[in-house]
Design a protein around this ligand. Structure first.
Ligand code: C2E
Ligand code: MG
Ligand code: MG
Ligand code: MG
Length: 290
């Protein structure tokens, strides 16, 4: 019976592995179709400053699948990274974000907006990453100083010299680098002055744990203070309540992103959000009054 159980377990594992493989193969095929058929789109989440003004947006990819509905990025970006599809997808994201930014730049009422674009680790590692980004920005005609590229600490485990060189090349073009999900990785604080960063984003787990966990509050305050001393702009992610907002303001954080203000929005809804904010006597008055 022991042998039988072992064989049964083995068969089970093989079946699961095979199922997993076919799901992955199916997803890969579906992703290729989505690129070809234009089934990816960008949503934009507003970034708000202390005065309540929308200062920019983070572009977040969405996949509208005819049969499976909307597939969230966490379900396909990791697979796209493994298969290499992240390169064409990442280039599409950058082109779409730059095209939108060019439109904002052409109108006085949206000219102030910056655009943040997420860059995945394997996309960054491509030898032609810098050239691709450079070409897309040039062709789009956007002002590179309005662009922020978000990366995560996972990229800092690679060859530091090569990473700094890539970052610097794009920074010299005028783009800014932002460190996403700060505090969740394993890198040391020294990354903050070893890489040419302009901004850090405090991960939503700190923001959301801050009020009922003294240690989270201490970490958040320390991050903000350190960032200020290093001349890095700080953005708080995942701000959901007025209490969180007020504590972040007290701690010196001046840019916020989160459901308190708005979830990521399709472009029409994003423009509606902008005009409803602009028509208020005091933008975001409800949230920002102490
Ligand atoms: P991220 O870059 O840290 O993006 C923030 C995520 O937090 C977004 O999820 C956003 O919808 C969500 N979020 C914003 N405000 C709140 C809030 O108040 N509460 C909560 N609970 N969540 C909030 P989303 O769009 O599902 O993206 C998840 C992750 O997928 C992103 O994390 C990013 O790592 C990746 N991703 C999304 N779009 C892209 C993309 O265009 N390219 C790449 N490479 N990765 C992307
Ligand atoms: Mg991000
Ligand atoms: Mg994040
Ligand atoms: Mg993330």
């Amino acid at each position: 019976t022991n042998t039988l159980t072992a064989i049964a377990e083995l068969v089970f594992i093989v079946v699961i592995m095979h199922a997993d493989l076919s799901v992955r193969r199916m997803m890969d095929i579906e992703m290729r179709k989505a690129i070809a058929n234009g089934h990816f789109m960008l949503h934009y989440q507003p970034q708000i400053d202390e005065a309540g003004n929308v200062v920019g947006a983070e572009a977040l990819i969405r996949w509208r699948h005819a049969k499976m509905g909307e597939i969230p990025p966490v379900k396909f970006i990791p697979l796209a990274e493994e298969t290499g599809l992240i390169v064409p997808i990442g280039n599409w994201i950058m082109r779409a974000a730059c095209a939108q930014l060019a439109q904002w730049d052409a109108r006085p009422e949206t000219r102030r907006l910056s655009m943040a674009v997420n860059i995945s680790a394997s996309q960054f590692r491509q030898p032609d990453f810098v050239q691709n980004m450079y070409d897309i920005v040039r062709v789009s005609g956007v002002n590179p100083s309005k662009l922020k590229l978000e990366l995560t600490e996972s990229m800092f485990v690679d060859d530091v010299g090569a990473t700094v060189a890539k970052m610097s090349a794009l920074k010299n073009m005028g783009l800014a680098w932002s460190l996403d999900d700060f505090g969740t990785g394993y890198s040391s604080l020294s990354v903050l002055n070893s890489f040419p960063l302009s901004q850090i984003k405090i991960d939503k787990s700190f923001v959301q744990g801050m009020l009922n966990n003294a240690a989270n509050m201490a970490v958040t305050e320390a991050i903000i203070e350190l960032a200020e001393k290093l001349n890095l702009q700080v953005v708080a992610e995942g701000v959901e309540t007025v209490e969180q907002l007020n504590r972040l303001r007290q701690a010196g954080c001046r840019i916020y992103q989160g459901y308190l203000f708005s979830p990521p929005l399709g472009i029409d809804a994003f423009h509606e959000f902008l005009s409803s904010e602009a028509s208020r006597a005091e933008p975001c008055a409800g949230y920002l009054r102490q």
